[in-house]
Design a protein around this ligand. Sequence first.
Ligand code: 13P
Ligand code: SF4
Length: 304
Amino acid sequence: MKPEIRDMVEEIKRMKNEKNAVIVAHNYQVDEVQELADVVGDSFKLSQYCASTDADIVVFCGVHFMAESAKILSPEKTVLLPEIDAGCPMADMATVDALIEEKRKYPNAAVVCYINTSAAVKAECDICCTSSNAVRVIRSIPNDEVLFVPDQNLGSFVAGQVPDKKIHLWSGYCITHHRVSREDVEKAKSLHPDALVLAHPECRKEVLVRADFVGSTAQIIEYAKNSSHDKFLIATEMGILYKLKKDNPDKTFYLLTPGLVCPNMKKTSVESVYNALKYNRYEINLDKEVAERARRALEAMLAV
Ligand code: 13P
Ligand code: SF4
């Protein structure tokens, strides 16, 4: 680590104590940011943590919808997103107007949104889910019909697991995971025939049917730790390799394709966390009424 970065890390620790702040980071963040965070996890763990922490400031190292969710669950706290341009193209694929239009087509459907949506879209939904609990959330719904927003791949994976419900899919997708193809899996498997394939449900069906395990980032980390296997092909964003390698120094992990990089997750650096704490930036503020309605959807998820 460069001396100036080491100095920044020390100053971050000092400011954190002084301001009663916590730093939370998603599993896709760069190694140095994961290293300095108080909590690292998947979307579900981080939203649970933000609902319960008694810190005054949450510095959210992730993307915009995650910091928004933290603010919705902890409206009295200051929530900072160190890089204001760190968005999620999949979340942008669902707009409020388009959702209202779609809801009219399916008046009997429960509206379930992946946490990768804006606060305004969450406000139009009955319940939220993450990739770790989507199947459980949809099974918990009394309706036979579900409108699932915005990830077509996660939605189709859940539809396969819950065949008794009619699930209407939105056409959104993650630009990073959707790029992986059947050919990519077959090529990687031929190079590493003794490796297990662990895939995120944001990948296409043609990838998921060839995987040995499908789960959220935290579930992939848990699976690799408990498995007696020692080689794995990883079909999710490369940031996860940091924890996989740290937890399992004797196991080998290969990224399934070199393209598994989310540019938005890579925007946050030690320097941006330093600036966030020093200048209180960039603060997430939400319309009160929207936040209140979105909170119902998130709390319904946390109660499942
Ligand atoms: P999880 O950490 O919940 O698996 O989410 C993956 C993701 O794409 C977040 O943007
Ligand atoms: Fe959005 Fe995909 Fe990046 Fe997650 S990995 S933040 S879904 S673009």
